[in-house]
Ligand binder design. Structure first.
Ligand code: ACO
Length: 428
């Protein structure tokens, strides 16, 4: 592989360095393009060919179905460590020792109370408000309650902001769900593990003792791990670009949550359940919807199947399918929606249309099934994704700050009117 790439414009040749990542990914470094060519830029809508940064956090290979955090295979992490260890790994680069892990959890617990005044903000939202909008607003509001979180020029300040948001986010999530349901707000129990506490805060009832189900704890722990990072996706790029202006961590995360909300990104898990519900309301005929998905004149697509990056299989889906089967079996769930999901999965995995196009169920297909079986309302699915993605966003934001990356400021190719003569209003 050559060390340089040559671009020829109007007969002039310009050389640019070719850089190689540690997994042999190749990129042309065009950072001097504009300066060297007197103003030429590149256009790449959707940034499909643009590396926005160099990053040492997550590696994925869509063709081979590989996903690694800091070099560790997702399969090993989902099997052998818990969500907080993965969070530590992503954010600080190494798996924690027992002491580091205990301290990390203690520091998070110490920050897990939120200001009572947050309840007043929550009260102001209509009951019908989508939880993603509420969570994005509350995350942004945390800056007002914790002004020092904006000054993150030292490692110590950054650490404080990191444990603060990891401590408070599950409280905000649980409160948002309970408020919608008319349930009293619960502060959780700091003697519990991080994921156990999330479940308790969401599902405890004022008149009964909440009993943990280890199968659900394990399934949610795995789901959060699987969602924890996915390199430069839409919400992560958003967090990095907002943070590049030196906006604080909470403001950057709030923007990331808004980006995740969209149905083309994190909102897909909600779309899967809505599709299953629509099939049920239409009589539950999965064959009819399989035929619709294959019919090129019909815009219908089987939600939760296929993936833009993973063209062989989604390694996260393999792991989470096992957890989904376990949850359904353990809870002895008899839910027609989940029966439809199982029927579609079986038919699609045997159907040449899906097999030939390598359209496998993706992580969103199974995560929706697990969340539903757990009793999490459909509108909360993307919020659960946000809890999982939190360490990834934090890690990417921190990396961007530590590397002292410049402010993100893309260019454009202007296609509007050229200079026009001003016309006074009475002459228009
Ligand atoms: N149902 C039916 N057919 C499909 C589906 C599907 N879900 N997905 C792809 N196809 C077909 C396409 O029609 C196309 O067929 P053709 O070759 O005969 O024209 C072929 O498979 C390739 O599809 P593309 O659209 O080129 O694949 P792309 O990589 O652009 O799309 C995407 C990937 C957007 C995920 C797509 O598979 C899809 O729409 N899936 C459903 C939505 C979904 O589940 N999104 C969540 C993704 S996971 C995540 O974001 C965490």
């Amino acid at each position: 592989m050559a060390n340089t790439a040559t671009i020829e414009i109007d007969g002039n040749k310009y050389e640019f360095p070719v850089v190689k990542g540690s997994e042999n990914e190749v990129a042309i470094d065009i950072s001097k393009l504009r300066a060297n060519t007197n103003g030429v830029i590149t256009v790449d809508p959707g940034f499909k060919n643009t590396g926005s940064c160099e990053s040492g956090i997550t590696f994925l290979d869509g063709e081979k179905g590989i996903l690694r955090y800091r070099g560790y295979a997702i399969e090993d992490l989902a099997d052998k460590v818990d969500f907080l260890e993965v969070a530590y790994l992503l954010i600080f680069g190494e798996l924690p020792t027992k002491e580091q892990n205990d301290k990390f959890h203690d520091d998070i617990k110490a920050e897990s109370a939120v200001d009572e005044d947050i309840k007043k903000i929550l009260d102001a939202f209509p009951k019908a408000a989508h939880p993603m909008g509420v969570i994005s607003s509350l995350t942004s509001a945390l800056t007002a309650f914790n002004p020092s979180s904006v000054d993150v020029d030292s490692e110590a300040d950054m650490y404080k902001s990191v444990v603060r948001i990891l401590g408070k986010m599950p409280v905000l999530v649980a409160w948002t769900m309970r408020k919608k349901q008319g349930q009293p707000l619960d502060y959780g129990d700091n003697s519990l593990g991080y994921v156990e506490n999330i479940l308790k805060m969401m599902f405890s009832r004022p008149n009964s003792c909440y009993v943990q189900n280890p199968v659900l704890v394990d399934a949610l722990d795995k789901l959060l791990i699987l969602h924890a990072d996915h390199e430069q996706n839409c919400s992560t790029s958003t967090v990095r670009i907002v943070g590049s202006s030196h906006a604080g961590l909470f403001a950057s995360l709030s923007a990331g949550i808004s980006a995740l909300w969209g149905p083309l990104h994190g909102g897909a898990n909600q779309a899967v359940l809505e599709m299953l519900q629509a099939i049920q309301e239409d009589g539950g005929d999965t064959k009819k919807y399989m035929a619709k998905a294959k019919d090129k004149s019909d815009p219908f697509r089987l939600m939760g199947f296929g993936h833009r990056v993973y063209k062989n299989f989604d390694p996260r889906a393999k792991i989470i399918k096992k957890a989904a089967d376990q949850v359904l079996h353990d809870l002895g769930i008899n839910d027609p929606i989940l029966e439809i999901a199982k029927g579609l999965e079986k038919e699609a995995l045997e159907d040449p249309y899906f097999v030939d196009r390598k359209l496998y169920p993706n992580v969103d297909f199974y995560s929706g099934i697990i969340y539903r079986a757990m009793g999490i309302p459909t509108e909360m699915f993307t919020v659960m994704f946000a809890i999982g993605r939190l360490p990834g966003w934090i890690a990417q934001w921190r990396e961007m700050r530590l590397r002292k990356e410049p402010i993100g400021r893309p260019r454009q190719v202007y296609i509007g009117a050229t200079e026009r003569k001003f016309v006074p209003v009475e002459e228009r």
